[in-house]
Each structure stands twice: as C-alpha cells, then as structure tokens.
Design a protein around this ligand. Sequence first.
Ligand code: ARG
Length: 576
Amino acid sequence: MPFQTLKTQLARAIAKELAHPEITEEILVAELGTPPNLALGHLALPCFRMAKLFKQNPHGMAQDLCKRLSSPDWEATPAGPYANFRFRAGHLFQSTLKAVLANPETYGSDKSGANQTVLIEFCSPNIAKQLGFHHIRTTLIGNTLSNIYSFLGFKTERINFVGDWGSQFARLLAAFDQWGDKSQLNSKDVPRAMAHLSEIYVRFHKDLEQNPDRLEKASAALKKLETGDRETTELWKSVRELSIGAMERTLKRMHVQFDHVDGESQYVPQILPMLEEVKKKAEGRLSDGAWIVEVEGYTTPALIQKRDGTTLYLTRDIAAAVERAKRFTFDRMLYVVSEQQRLHFQLLFGVLKKMGYKWADKCEHLSFGTVLFGHEKMSTREGRIILLEDILNEAKDLALAECAQKNPDLANKEEVAEMVGLGAVIFGQLSTHRQRDIEFNWKEILAFEGETGPYVQYAAVRCHSLLEKARDKGELSTEVPDTSDYTFASEEEALILELSRFRSALLSAVRDNEPYHLSHHLIDVAKAFNRFYYRFPVLQAAEAKPRDVRLNLVRATQQVLLNGLKLMGILCPREM
Ligand code: ARG
C-alpha cells in the first residue's frame, strides 16, 4: 500500500522532471527496482536507457537526476550508473500508519483488479477416495491466490472440478462390484466408509497383475454408466455423495471455499453434440477407430473419443471450458494443476483454439511441482498415500503437546492447537516456490521452529499481548502520532519499511501467481518485528512519544500479520 503508492509518486515526479515522451510513469514504475542492500536505499533506478535518450553517460545522468529530484519525502543519491532513493522514515511511518488505522482489516487491499474476472480452478480431486496429501498443493495455492485476487479487487469464481466420472471411477465401480460392502455406503462413519472405498480401489490395482481382465469389467462399468444403467447409476450416486461430503469436511477445516463444485459428470449429457462440433471445427479425424485432433507444435495428437465411444477426460475438459465461457465473462481462466498434466492442458488449449474460441488465449495452466514420497510420486492406486486429514490431525496433536509443555495454563488449548497445527501445515506448503518438487517429510511438514507458520503466529500473539497491556493502561492512542521531530532507530525504520511493503508483496504474488511472495514477506515482517521487540521494551519507554510511536508500529505489525495469514486461510490465536 504506502510503499507502492510512494513508488508511484516517485515515478510520477521523475517523469515530470524529465518530460520525455519515452519515459512515462508506468515505465519508471517497472524500472525502479530493489537495490542489492538496504544501505543503498529503498529503490534504485538504472540510468542507462535514459542516458542514451539524453545523450549523456549513465553516471552523469544518475548524478544529474539525483540533484534535480530532491524532496522532503525521500533522499536521492547517485551510485555509479544508478540513482538510489530512500524514503524518509517519518514519511513512510505516517503514510503506513494512516492507512492501517483507516481500514485495519483491509490494509493492503486495493482496487487494482476492478472490472476483471478471474476464474480459478483448483483442488479438483478424483473423488471416491479421500483427499490425500498430494491434493494439498493445488488446494492451498489455488485458495491463497484466489483470496489475494479478491483482496485486490478482482472478481473471482472459484471452481472445484471434481473427477466423478471416467475410467478411474469405473475402476472403483468394478472393484465395488467384486468386494464392495453396501452397508458401508450409508453408514454414519464417513471416514470408515471412505477407507473402505480406498481399500477396494487399491485391491483392484493389486489384483490386476493376476486378473488383467478386470480392466474390461471397468470398461463395461463405464459403458453402463454412460448409457444410464439404473443400478450402476445408483451406486455411482451414493459413492459420489459420500465422497463429496468427506471432501467438503476437510476443505472446511482448512478454510478453503468454493463458489462452484462442478463434476466432470455434468458435462457428459452434452458431450455427443459437442464432439461433433469438435470434429468439424478442429478437423478431427479417425485414427485406428478413435477420433483425434492434431495440435500444432505437438507430436502427440489430442484423443477426443475412444474406440468404444465412451468419453475421455480431455473431452470432458473441452466441454467444461466451453460451458464456462458461456456461464461467465472472464479475463483469465487459471487451472491450478500439477506439472504432470502439462501436455493435457497444452492439447486442451490447442483444441479450443483450433475450434476458433478466442478466449482460449485467456486460459492458463498454473502448474506446480510434484509431492514425492521417497523419490516416488504419491499414488492412490498403489496405496502410497497419506491422507490429508491424518496430517492435519497429527499437526494438531503435536501443537497440543507443545502447548502443554510451554503454556500449561492456556485456555481453550484444543482450539489453539488446531490453529497452530494448521498454521504449520498450510504455511509450510506455501513457503516453497510453486514449481519446485517437494519430498514428503513429516518433520518438515510439522516444523514449528524457524521460518514457519507458528513463528509468524507467535509474532502476532506478542503484538496482541503488548497492545492489550497498553490498552489496559490507557496508553493506546487512536491517532497517528506526529513524528516530525522524532528520530527513528534502524530497527524501527526497517520494520516500517516491511510494513509499508505488504501490498507490493501481494501484487507480486498475483503478477507471478506465486503465493510464496506472501509467505516470504510475512517472515520478513516477523523477523523485523522480533529485532525491534528485542531492542525496545516497548511498554517501558519512559517518554510518551517513543512509546506511542512504537505501540503504533506494534499495531500495524499485528494487522499485517493477521491480514496476510488470513489470505492463506490461517487463523491466529490470541495466546499460544
Ligand atoms: N481430477 C483430475 C486429477 O485428479 C484433475 C483435474 C484438473 N482439472 C482439469 N480441468 N482437468 O488428476
């Protein structure tokens, strides 16, 4: 917020001063970067291009620029071919604190996305089995990004595209036919019923080695499903309902919300006419009895209809995309799906383009690295799966044990442990770059020390307790103190700078579709706060002015941490 605003003001001032048509405010905003270290300043402008336009050398240009741009709000210093700018601490403090006080809970938000709609599809598990740990990345990346988009004024439509049709579902139905226990489906014990489904699903795949003909049973089940066989449809319905209920419970626990839960199945009825359209518009052709579409740049063609006439994952995706384009007007459609499906999405977008849909260019596959399990991919089929619920339970238990040890008198321990456990798991997942593969590791997933969610939560708890004490003593002001004659210490200045940068971090997160920018920023804030906290016993300040300034810093820190964590779906206890 303030930092971004100040950056824009600075860019405007430079553009005005130079008055050259090729040096606009927008270009300058893009060119103003971060210097290699804070001692140099807050923003650095490389002067090479400008020097050329003004027929000067870059060093001279930087010097000239700094001389012409002095201001009470910032300090300008040339360093070789760069002009470095440092906002004065008082100025940063005033603008940041005013913004926090004016709208605490929306501090950091803006309207930059106004009039733009982003469809964001994430989670999208194949149901009939419980959410596994490998579903966590799409779920958290998608949830956090959509929260940030909304916070920045975009209209978002969150879609969970559940896999409730197709060959994997058919395999489950075939397995059920063989080993299924119907009474489980209606039982109140949802986790047990779900475990039963997982068991028979794994058994089906183990059994395949001995009995490869089971695959035919699965194809037959799919055929029955697609032709509306009553018994198969009934079974499908019960399994679907049970699984969606289980999924929704886990999602709710993680504070993940959707606007739409769309099943692949709902696209089946209109698929035949649609296939005709694909064949016509995208030059489909028969190959070996199956229908394919060639996509430019790819040697693998898109398979759109199998020999037996049943539909495919890709076909249902085409139908879903076309339907979404009718249902919504959107500027972007993001699919948060693992890197392993890269080709699938390239082919999908290729077919849509070939069909003549202009909006195909607005579709984007937001991929992320794989969760590895002892170097192997997690797999439900082979039973190499760890349930998401189990991880959340484990995290909570660990947090509970930690609480019992560190703070035995804590009230509502259970609630706190849930928040801290979730904080650890969620934050941990969002502190790796999206594209990186990650190795499943209990220790890392449940870490509370170091750069973790609980570390950030703890900083917020400290802020809360300081503010409560100050409030009790009547020392908490409702106005931003005048700092014109106040000299900020370096720890205070560093903290103000971080607090002012919150919105910049959010803007970077949507620019790169990378939640890591947010988690990283919150760690920086918490660290800057801890340095400040150890240097200054805030409440013991003898004079009113420094105490007031510092309490305001604490207030802003708390707000940034809470707002940031909330965007990730993490709540913060008052005590821990
Ligand atoms: N259900 C699929 C799976 O579990 C992922 C769906 C991704 N989204 C999509 N539109 N294809 O592999």
